[in-house]
Design a protein around this ligand. Structure first.
Ligand code: ADP
Length: 194
């Protein structure tokens, strides 16, 4: 895994009853970097409904994986917002790419929170179903889709925490932050939520 600038993990909780919480926190990492370089079993793509590629992290993943990725995602028939689809990773270090379509922010009254939460839940579920032990997420919907960053990071952290509490397969969930502002938002959400 490329952990270039910053990794946060929780201290070991010694108090009885807090062990599970402590273990869960240690399974979450926050790094600043490029998701296409992550040496994890699965990376998540913040795609669009068509799954035909796009800008931002989607474009970076397609460029790094090579044209075979588009050949595969073209056959998938798209992906409804909040759901996820799995492809191979081709030239990426990751074996799988889990494509999810995040919600476009429309002021908060179009079910955006629940749809974003669904992205995280469905990606984590699919990762486990495919036997992935490590997964990396970008900050879904917070770029071109304009979802407010702090709100999105709290949803990301909250859903991941809930999932890990009931799962013992995933060893590591990495939040890959593109830039310092994103990094700070994830650090804050980690402290607040987990
Ligand atoms: P969306 O359309 O879901 O908002 P974007 O790709 O526009 O998706 O942005 C989502 C997040 O991904 C943003 O924080 C953006 O800065 C980040 N991002 C862009 N390129 C990369 C990359 N190569 N690795 C990790 N994150 C990236």
């Amino acid at each position: 895994m490329d952990c270039c600038c910053f990794v946060v993990t929780a201290q070991v909780d010694s108090a009885v009853g807090e062990k599970e919480v402590g273990d869960m926190k240690k399974r979450v990492s926050i790094v600043e970097g490029d998701i296409t370089k992550q040496k994890v079993d699965a990376i998540v793509n913040a795609a669009n409904n068509s799954l035909l590629g796009g800008g931002g992290v989607d474009g970076a993943i397609h460029r790094a994986a090579g044209s075979e990725l588009l050949e595969e995602t073209r056959q998938m028939g798209g992906c409804p917002t909040g759901e996820a689809r799995v492809s191979k990773g081709y030239r990426l270090p990751a074996r799988w790419v889990i494509h999810t379509a995040g919600p476009i922010w429309a002021g908060g009254h179009k079910n955006e929170d629940n749809l974003l939460a669904g992205c995280y839940r469905n990606c984590l579920k699919m990762a486990v179903e495919h036997g992935a032990k490590t997964i990396a997420f970008p900050s879904i919907s917070t770029g071109a889709y304009r979802f407010p960053l702090e709100r999105a990071t709290e949803i990301a952290m909250g859903e991941t925490g809930k999932f890990l509490e009931n799962d013992n397969i995933l060893k590591k969930v990495v939040f890959v932050c593109f830039g310092e502002r994103v990094l700070k938002a994830y650090q804050d959400a980690f402290e607040k939520i987990l």
